[in-house]
Design a protein around this ligand. Sequence first.
Ligand SMILES: *[C@@H]1O[C@H](CO)[C@@H](O)[C@H](O)[C@H]1NC(C)=O
Length: 288
Amino acid sequence: MAKGRYSRLGGRRSSAFTLILIVLLMLSIVFLMLLAFGILSLPIGSDDSPPANDLSAYVRKNVNSDGGLGKRGEQWTEVLSWEPRAFLYHNFLSKEECEYLINLAKPHMAKSTVVDSKTGRSKDSRVRTSSGMFLRRGQDKIITDIEKRIADFTFIRVEHGEGLQVLHYEVGQKYEPHYDYFLDEFNTKNGGQRIATVLMYLSDVEEGGETVFPAAKGNISSVPWWNELSECAKKGLSVKAKMGDALLFWSLRPDATLDPSSLHGGCPVIKGSKWSSTKWMHVEEYKV
Ligand SMILES: *[C@@H]1O[C@H](CO)[C@@H](O)[C@H](O)[C@H]1NC(C)=O
């Protein structure tokens, strides 16, 4: 009798235990389903680090950790053209970085030269009337930061770049349309052909001073700044000089052939003055 009652009690206990197990199991399933559908999320790591699979985490880290002088405005890139391949990166440099480069170069400016296509040597020229100077690659911390940023933007290693050149154009000064790639043997000995150029504007220019691509394919008048362009700039796809912006264009196509649509020039400055800085990058390592 006692035995029977005992066993009946045990049976009731074990069925209650099974019920609890089933309820727990169902709760777990519901919880897992909520996790799977992203309705719930488990807190991992600290609050300010976004989930590992969120690409914005990488972008944010990049923006915060690139060092550099001063604070940069909002950054975004724009595809200007596919023939030539040209892209505009807004607020690539801070105002402080632009001023730093200008002040570094100012005491050493010399009349710009062009490369003689027969001898490969520098020569004086009327097609290029600016003045300029070269900074050493990795010259100091600020330049190293900028050069690393250029490498990140272009996916071309720092070691493939020439030293930064700082250029100054006063009213009437210009650079006639030309290619950045070389047609001689002499200039391709170090680093091979030039593959791409990053042109950074260190100042605004009141009028003129645009970068023009006269051989660009496509609707050149569709740029939003069309009505502000000088006569010279309306002869092609043009970019207005804006302090801190960086223009990237490629002299070689993805199949490594020369791209004649990369023909470009600097329009004459009409009002104000223009400061810019150029980074030429080669196919191979450029020894300095
Ligand atoms: C070029 O773009 C402008 C401005 O968007 C437009 O008014 C014009 O019709 C376009 N021209 C052609 C040939 O598509």
